[in-house]
Structure formats: C-alpha cells, structure tokens
Ligand binder design. Structure first.
Ligand code: DUC
Ligand code: ZN
Ligand code: ZN
Length: 681
C-alpha cells in the first residue's frame, strides 16, 4: 500500500480527534505541568482525550501498526508503519484561548514520514501532504499548496515559536538570521510550517523539537516544494534544531534553460482507465487526481480515459458522472472515449450522435467480458452508427467464447495461477477477433482502431487490412515490448504473477520483435499505456477471490507514468526507432487520430504550449519510489532506461520538474474533441 491509501483514514482520525478536543477549548480546563520544576510544559485533558481516541481507532483498523504519541508513549515503534501523533501541538496557545495550535498526525514507513496532516478543528482547516503534493482544505477554499518564491533573506518572513525556548548559543545564531529578514513573527508552532507550505511565509527556525512535533509536517512541506531539515542539513524526522525553508520557485516569466535537453510536444496518452467501476471487482487504484499526477510526472499532458456505460444505463448520465469525478481534480487535460455496452436503439439513434456533437468523438467496444461483450450483430450496429456520426471506434479484439472455453478447461485441470490467464487467451483468440472486427468494419465501411495489440498474429491482421486499403488502425502498449508471459509466473507460480495480468496478456520475445516491426513499419499509429491500475494487495491483485482462479485477478496494470520512458529507453535509446517516430507515437498521432489536432500534439503557433523537456542521456532505473500515482507497484520495476522527462509544461506552466509536482489539481481541463480526420468521411 502507498501512503495515499491512508488519506481517508487520516481524515477520519482528524475528525475524531477534533471532536475530542473542541469541547475543552476556551473552557476553564485543568492544566498539568509535565515538567514540574522546569520550564512550563502544559498538558490538558484535551490532549489526552484526543490521543486516546486516535490510538483506539488505529489499533482497531491497523493492529499491526505501531503508535508513538506525545502523551502515551510508544507502542510497537519498530513496526513497518508507525503513527506519530501530537494531539495538540501548541498547547500553550490552546490554554491561552489562542487558535494557533493543531493536531499533528504522521504516518511513517520504516522511519520515514510518508503522509502528514495538520488539523485545526476550531478553524476547520486541514493541511496534508505526501511528500509529492500538498493540499489545503478549509471552510472557504480547497487547493494544492506550493511554497512561494523568495529571492533573498532580506525579503523573507521568518517564524519561530519563541526565541526564549532556545539556549544561549542557539538564540545568538537565530538572532543573526532574524536581523537580516524583512519580518519576524513569534508563536506559530505547527501553523508556521503550514503557512510556509501554503506560500505565506518563507522560513521557520526552531530548536528542541520532538519527533512528534515535526514528523507530520515533513511530507506537507516537501509536498509543497519546501525543504525541512535539521540546522546541519540532516533529515528532520528525529526532531532537534529544525529549519524549514520555502525553496525558490519562479513564476510565469521564468526562463528555462533547456540546453542539452530535447524539447518535445507533451505526451498524449489516448488509452487510460481512471476511476472506472469494475462490476464488483476491486477498485481501480487511480482516480483523476492521482492518475493525472502520474501522467504529468511521466511527460504526458493529455489523457483520454473512458466513460463506461454499465449495461442498462443511459450514456448521457454516465458521461455526467465521469465529469463530476474529474472536475477540479485533473493535473493534465483530458477527454473521454465512450464504452458502449448496451447499444439500444435510443443509444444508437439519439445519445451517441448527440454526444459526438458534444466532443466525445470516439467509442470503444469489447468482444469479450461478460459485462461488456457485444455480439456480432451489436458490433455491426455500433459500427454503422459510428459511420453515420463519424466517430472513431476502438475495438478490444479477443474472442469471448474461445476464452471462456479455454478458461473452463484450465480450471478443470486445476491450472488457476495467474500465469494461466495468458494461456486462456492465446494470440489465436486475439487474431480471430481482430479478423472478425476487420470483416465487420469492411461490411459496414467504417474505419476502426484495434487497441492494445499484443503480438504478431493481430498485428498481421491489421497489416493485411491496411495493405488492402482499409482504414484499420493499430495501437500497442509498453507491456508488449517490455514484459512477457513469464512475468505472470511470479515466484514459482505464486500470486505475485498477478501484477502482470492484463488483457491481452504479454507474450514472448518473438512477439515483442513483431511489435517492433509493426511500430517501425507504421502498422501502429499510437503507443498508449492502457493504464488500468490495481493495488498489489488483498484489495486488488491478491483478493481472496483472485486466489481461487486467474479469471478473478483484476485485469490491467499501471503505466501512464512510465509509457514514454519505456518507449524511449527500449526504442530510441536502443536504435529501434528515431526520435521523430517517438513523438508521433506518443503525441502527434494521438492528437490527429482523436480530434485534438491542431490544438495538441505539436509545438507550433496556435497549439497549446504542452511541452516535455527530455534528457536523452539520463540513465534511470524505473522503480516504484519514483512513481506519482496511487498504485503500489510498477510492472517495470528494475527496468534500466536511458532517457527521462526532466520537466513537463502544461499550457505554458511548468507542472512537474525533476519528479516534483508543481501543478495543482484543476490545472487540467476537459477537451471537447473534434471529428477525427481518420473516421468516416
Ligand atoms: N482492456 C483494456 O483496454 N484495458 C484493461 C483491460 C482490458 O481488457
Ligand atoms: Zn481493452
Ligand atoms: Zn484499456
């Protein structure tokens, strides 16, 4: 699990602790002195009530996790996940009736804070971060947080809780800095750090902090682009003398030095699944926020996810639901393809033509899956409708009956491990379906795009159709050049092979070569991720049901962030394709194919300034620690590549630099797409 999965739970912790604290605030509560005889160190019934409430919730929900709290000490501090709690940071403010206090909740993994929240229940403000992004939610607004630029100490606003808490030498050092800044203010406790993350101040300097004073603030400040360390520059999670500083971030007029880098159109990924329901299966791990955050980190500035029609639902209502899901969350631009599962007369006659007019100019149909499969008659009806309204149809070409037959045969033989997912849907079933779709397209005289082509068999069908002059297009994906069926064997055929289960499945090295032939010969127009992420845990790839048969392993893998690096690394860096082909396959052709040209897909006057600065010499090893989505693994773990995105620019604004997210949810907008020039005339 990644930290992001805990965010809903942390919200609940904050709510519960707030409810425990607020009845005491601005009352005549009793105050104890924890440091009797020394400097006054107050603790109240409110601190204790809040910590006890949070501890109980954590123990109930995550019994294997450790807890370290300010008031009740450490319980399993060596556990992998440990919660670090400070029920009231700023108790001196609290007992004075001042609202400059907050509840600090940190989740650490192997000692490193991976998620933090500061909650101020009286104001109703929540500041949270996971080291990659930071967010503010309050009664009047909700937004991403970014530290502000600060050019010099002379222009800085400095905070400390009180210089009187410092010893003589530390205070002298503090005063030296204080003398240089524009303004210094005292008495912020955790609020000062959050104001730094939110871009209102520039510097916080303190001493003698405990781990619980700072752990939650580290991912918040880092997520907002700031830096927090000890005075010596060491990691801050153990507390001590702490300095937090807003890193310099320049504004819109920033000059970017791209020497040594390639300046390419931002990536367009025209095959992505985000927040798509799975008919009773595990939830997809990425929504529009985390999925598009991963996209920009990988150099992609536009994604085209799917709005899927559950059988029986009206399409218009479905599209509205997806809009609600995406609204205000996306870090990059997006449009929607429509998945048609119920081609009723009203869908074909009214809804689809109207939706095409509104900018949803492509559909996807499935030739497999109980909940989505269309029979031949239905395929023909959708194709004919697409011809009439000039939509482009994407086809998932795998034969339903053959797969069902193979699946049952394998299950009867006790072959249920994830590896047999691939055996149940060999290339033959993909070839047969591809040919059938091509035949239907010929009969109805409509262009089609066969998506996620896995190997030679289907590729040859597309090439055959193209050689006959048909408008049959092809898409392939990273998994078909970087993975093989052997990956699904896991460790000795165990469930870890589920991490690679996707459809069509990865094949073998000969198939990978066939895919390269298709890419170099122009059989494939687009290289998409087919990002369809599920967690590698009991709530995803290893669900109890998935253990009973490969057919219940959720189908799909993450890849939106790694798509461009995989194609550059295995393609351009290894001399298989040139950089112009790379740009066509990852950006320009997607724009042309799906009605986004001449707005997206090129760097030229009149186009959006969507740009990726690419370092062709950068060597990286793809690994989960670099990823920005919510999924907890990457199927490309350990793949060494040369070539990496250094900066992603969306509509002129740098949104990601060196893996650091500069953009915010809501930067991305819905794209109403035009008719594809590759659809019916
Ligand atoms: N088809 C897709 O396009 N994505 C994931 C799974 C599938 O079958
Ligand atoms: Zn598909
Ligand atoms: Zn897909």
């Amino acid at each position: 699990m990644t930290a992001i999965d805990f965010s809903a739970f942390i919200d609940r912790l904050a709510t519960v602790s707030g409810e425990a604290i607020l009845p005491f605030f601005r009352t005549s509560l009793t105050v104890d002195d924890k440091n009797a005889g020394g400097a006054f160190d107050p603790v109240t019934a409110a601190d204790r009530a809040a910590e006890l409430a949070m501890r109980a919730m954590i123990r109930d929900t995550f019994p294997s996790h450790g807890i370290v709290g300010e008031e009740f000490g450490a319980d399993r501090p060596d556990a992998e996940y440990v919660w670090v709690l400070d029920p009231i940071d700023g108790t001196k403010s609290f007992i004075s009736g001042m609202p400059a206090w907050g509840t600090l909740i940190a989740l650490t993994r192997r000692g490193t804070p991976v998620f933090g929240m500061m909650h101020q229940p009286y104001y109703g403000e929540r500041f949270s971060g996971d080291g990659k992004a930071a967010r503010y939610r309050g009664p009047r607004s909700e937004r991403a947080m970014l530290v502000r630029p600060c050019e010099s100490l002379e222009r800085a606003v400095l905070f400390t809780t009180s210089p009187r808490l410092m010893n003589g030498a530390d205070r002298a050092a503090f005063v030296k800095v204080e003398e240089q800044v524009r303004l210094s203010r005292y008495g912020g406790d955790c609020y000062a750090y959050c104001m730094l993350a939110a871009g209102h101040i520039d510097l916080v300097i303190e001493t003698e902090l405990k781990p619980h004073d700072v752990a939650a603030l580290i991912p918040i400040i880092a997520g907002a682009g700031g830096i927090v360390t000890t005075w010596e520059g060491a990691p801050a999670e153990r507390g001590g003398r702490i300095v937090a500083v807003a890193e310099r971030i320049e504004g819109a007029a920033r000059e970017i030095d791209a020497s040594g880098l390639l300046v390419m159109p931002g990536g367009i990924d025209s095959h992505v699944h985000l927040a798509q329901p799975t008919f009773g299966g595990p939830k997809m791990s990425d929504d529009f926020l985390t999925g598009t955050r991963a996209a920009i980190a990988g150099g992609t500035t536009t994604v085209l996810p799917f709005a899927m029609q559950p059988r029986g639902a009206g399409l218009r209502a479905v599209v509205q639901e997806y809009h609600q899901e995406a609204d205000g969350k996306a870090y990059c631009d997006y449009g929607f393809h429509l998945i048609i599962t119920n081609p009723s007369p009203s869908v074909l006659g009214q809804e689809l033509p109207a939706l095409v007019g509104d900018g949803y100019t492509s559909f996807k149909v499935f030739m497999t899956y109980d909940d989505m499969v269309l029979n031949d008659r239905e395929l023909l009806e959708v194709f004919e409708c697409a011809r009439g309204c000039r939509a482009l149809v994407m086809v998932h070409a795998e034969g339903y009956d053959a797969i069902k037959f193979m699946t049952e045969r394998l299950e009867r033989a006790g072959k249920t491990a994830p590896y047999y997912h691939g055996v149940s849907r060999p290339e033959i079933v993909e070839r047969e379906a591809a040919h059938r779709a091509i035949s239907h397209a010929e009969l109805t005289d409509v262009p089609i795009m066969i998506v996620h082509v896995s190997g030679r068999e289907a590729m040859e069908q597309i090439r055959w159709a193209q050689n006959r002059g048909m408008k049959v297009y092809g898409e392939t994906c990273p998994q078909y050049i970087a993975l093989t069926a052997d990956d699904m064997k896991g460790l000795n055929m165990d469930e870890s092979g589920g991490k690679y289960v996707c459809s069509p499945p990865p094949r073998d090295h000969a198939s990978q070569e066939a895919i390269w032939q298709g890419l170099t010969a122009g059989v494939f127009q687009t290289f998409s991720s087919d990002h369809c992420p599920f967690m590698d845990g009991v709530d995803g790839k290893r669900s109890p049901k998935a253990k009973t048969s490969f057919k219940w392993v959720p189908n799909g893998i993450p890849g939106v962030e790694t798509r461009m690096a995989v194609l550059w690394g295995l393609g351009v860096a290894q001399g298989r394709i040139g950089m112009n082909e790379f740009v066509a396959l990852t950006s320009t052709n997607h724009a042309k194919m799906y009605g986004l040209y001449p707005k997206k897909g090129s760097i030229a006057p009149g186009f959006d300034a969507d740009i990726v600065l690419w370092d062709p010499a950068r060597k990286e090893t793809i690994r989960q620690a670099l990823m920005h989505g919510a999924c907890d693994y990457t199927p490309y773990e350990g793949l060494a590549v040369t070539g990496w995105p250094v900066m992603t620019i969306l509509k002129g604004k740098p949104v990601c630099e060196e893996g650091r997210i500069l953009g915010a949810p809501g930067d991305g907008a819905f794209l109403k797409r035009g008719i594809s020039p590759y659809a019916s005339k």
